[in-house]
Design a protein. Structure first.
Length: 212
């Protein structure tokens, strides 16, 4: 009797790998935020996630790479392989013809992303002063922010509704300054502003700085 071979189920293996990765990132986020970057070990993350340390090294390479993965996860709000700029809310910002409304839509989404990611951003920002391995991660966050604000700046300039004489470099730098986690840290975490108040202030500040 000829034995029929079952087809290889690659989708199941991918789903299992994704579930392990999700567990590792969630464990790392919890431990980083609770204990700090330096004090958190790969072994502790592995134990918390229910995987081996070898699995983490194979999947992420290093603890600093894991910190970046945690940041990417909290910024997006999930582990789907879809960049933020390709998501529906980003497409809505690009489709909006009015510059002021475009800014308001962008800030509405930004406020939620900062709320999710502030602790991780601050951990990387402050941790690099005691652990040099975090310097490239912080620089990458800067570079990604500048790239994103360059894209948004072009869309805003294309509306023809920004103030006279402003160029892409200035638009990008103004946007990049205002998206810094420092503003959220001071106003929301230190001064107790609500997220809605922070978003309203940020919208007004960017609009005033850029629009006619």
């Amino acid at each position: 009797m000829t034995q029929v071979k079952r087809p290889y189920d690659a989708s199941r293996r991918r789903a299992q790998a994704q579930a392990r990765q999700r567990a590792v990132v969630a464990a790392a986020k919890e431990l980083f935020e609770r204990d700090g970057f330096r004090q958190t070990t790969i072994a502790a993350v592995a134990m918390h996630a229910g995987v081996s340390a070898e699995t983490i090294y194979k999947g992420f390479g290093s603890k600093t790479a894991l910190a970046k993965a945690v940041f990417d996860y909290v910024i997006a709000g999930d582990d789907e392989q879809v960049p933020v700029w390709q998501r529906p809310e980003a497409r809505a910002v690009r489709a909006e013809p009015d510059a002021r409304r475009k800014i308001a839509l962008y800030v509405s989404g930004l406020a939620l992303r900062v709320e999710r990611s502030a602790k991780v951003q601050m951990l990387i920002r402050d941790g690099r002063h005691v652990d040099d391995s975090l310097n490239p991660v912080w620089q990458k966050l800067h570079d990604e922010g500048l790239t994103g604000m360059t894209m948004l700046g072009r869309h805003l300039l294309d509306t023809g509704q920004l103030r006279a004489g402003i160029d892409l470099d200035e638009v990008r730098d103004v946007l990049w300054n205002y998206i810094a986690v420092d503003h959220y840290e001071r106003l929301v975490l230190d001064r107790g502003w609500s997220l809605d108040r922070y978003a309203a202030w940020l919208t007004h500040a960017i609009t005033t700085a850029l629009c006619q």
